[in-house]
Design a protein. Structure first.
Length: 300
């Protein structure tokens, strides 16, 4: 099969009736244009152009070939232009996966403002704590907290999160407050992703680090539930600062072991590839990075 690039060069030469004018239009050296036409003739086994020192003209076979190629080639170029414009213009369907923590008004306000800024973009939103396979599910971008296990995806760091040990005054009434992390074993805790009523908590204080097993009667897969049961006095919770800062200030929650917290947990936007990013994804990533959100802390 003949090279499509060679065919496109031949069509341009036939249109202009000149190697030099075609070369100027294509931004190529005249020698390259001539070589491509010659290569096409050799592939086809016919002479397409009669060349003299004064004139360039199509042979009968060249005319017939030009007539057959001109319209399909124009359709291909039109299709390429449509694709290019789609890549440049923020439009089309954007499929986004976010954890359950995002299922709240502040994120919906962000999405609403984004859609009003880019009215030609549509959003399909997956709110789940499952790490969906971006490629298999045809998802454009996901937002994930914590360690990224899939090394094949592209990740942009958006912010960070840190978790505090907190409990209600009601829960703490009549109990000995923990003075060191190991004392948490003597308390009921509200667990995230606990198994058989237990979970491992990793706490840090400066360069000190400890991992310990804690237990409790309530476990959930999302922080809304962990926060709700912690605030109802069912035990000590390890909550993101963005979930408990206001309650600590108001006295609804008491921060325990204030020198200790979780390690920093980074928040990433993840997507399948960095090549040929559609404009709709580029502008969404830019909006995410500019968003002043309570869902995570800034990187600096």
């Amino acid at each position: 099969m003949a090279d499509l690039n060679d065919i496109a060069v031949f069509v341009k030469v036939a249109q202009y009736g000149s190697f030099s004018r075609a070369a100027h239009s294509l931004g190529m050296p005249v020698s390259t244009v001539s070589r491509k036409v010659t290569s096409l003739e050799e592939q086809l086994g016919v002479t397409l152009l009669q060349r003299t020192t004064r004139k360039l003209s199509l042979t009968a076979q060249g005319r017939a070939y030009y007539d057959q190629c001109r319209e399909p080639l124009a359709h291909i170029l039109d299709a390429e232009q449509v694709l290019s414009e789609t890549q440049r213009k923020p439009e089309g369907l954007l499929k986004i996966s976010v954890p359950v923590i995002f299922g709240q008004e502040v994120f919906y306000e962000f999405v609403s403002a984004f859609l009003k800024t880019y009215p030609d973009i549509q959003i399909d939103l997956f709110v789940t704590n499952l790490f969906l396979d971006l490629i298999a599910e045809n998802i454009d971008v996901g937002i994930r907290f914590g360690e990224l296990k899939d090394s094949t995806i592209v990740a942009q760091r958006l912010g960070k999160s840190v978790r505090y040990l907190v409990a209600t005054p009601d829960y703490l009434k009549g109990r000995v407050l923990p003075s060191k992390p190991e004392d948490l074993k003597d308390h009921r805790c509200v667990l995230l992703n606990g198994r058989n009523g237990e979970a491992e908590w990793h706490l840090v204080s400066g360069r000190k680090s400890v991992r310990l097993q804690v237990s409790g009667s309530v476990s959930s897969r999302d922080f809304d539930a962990v926060s709700a049961f912690t605030c109802r006095g069912h035990g000590i919770g390890l909550l993101p600062s963005t979930y408990c800062d206001e309650q600590i200030k108001s006295g609804e929650l008491i921060r325990l072991l204030p020198d200790w917290s979780s390690e920093e947990i980074f928040v990433h936007a993840v997507y399948p590839t960095r090549r040929f990013l559609p404009s709709r994804l580029q502008v969404f990533l830019e909006a995410l990075k500019a968003w002043k959100t309570p869902l995570w802390l800034p990187l600096h």
